[in-house]
Ligand binder design. Sequence first.
Ligand SMILES: [Zn+2]
Length: 261
Amino acid sequence: MATSVQTAVRPSRLTYATQAAPGLVNEDYVLAGPDWAVVLDGATAPAGVDSGCVHDVPWLVHRLAGALAGPLATGAAGSLQDVLAAAIETVRTAHAGTCDLANPDSPSSTVAMARWGEGRLECLVLADSPVLVRRTDGSVDLVEDDRLLHLPGGPPYTCELVRSHRNRPGGFWVASTSRAAAYEAVTATFSEEEVDTVALLTDGVTRLVERYGHTWRDLLEDLRTHGPEHVIGAVRDAERAAPAAHGKPHDDATALVVAHG
Ligand SMILES: [Zn+2]
């Protein structure tokens, strides 16, 4: 009888929570399998801007999720960047006949991806949905793409400045109508053995660190100990206790945690 030798995926516990900003439609999305996970955060369209697209942001996010799920679930070969590039192309084709895909305000999404197996953990981050990785020695690595923080002049930006730097060299990259964005994503690979926790987060959760003074280490510990729902509750408590001077008072918030062992 033929036998195949596969590297066993270590037992892991995968949990997530996703919650819309109060009163709004959730433009975040989560999808996962036993050895992969994806978190997406659709970019809210500025009011009154013509996106050139007859669809809305959730349409883009859900299509992208669907296009990513197939190759990740079937274990298709290729890098995470290849998987993302193909998914962007699939979504692009789905509205090529109805929409102006050259419009820089076409709906878009951040992407955080993780895939593990064969002794490796691969991570991909596009725009401001980072991945946190805790090693078994207790150290924490942040896989982030912070190009959006470094546009000319620094935030807050005008819509025009963001539009002119989206998916352009020297600007920032998001999953929208250009497969080239996939190859601009930040990637990192870890030895699976040395990792005990992985978290994929949208900026509705990372504001606990960026706005409310938590550390990445504390955030990861809270996620592991108390779970994603508890942490999103802490975000809402912080937002109510100390409303932001700038930016959205609340945002869609998503956290997905994989704890090995
Ligand atoms: Zn469209």
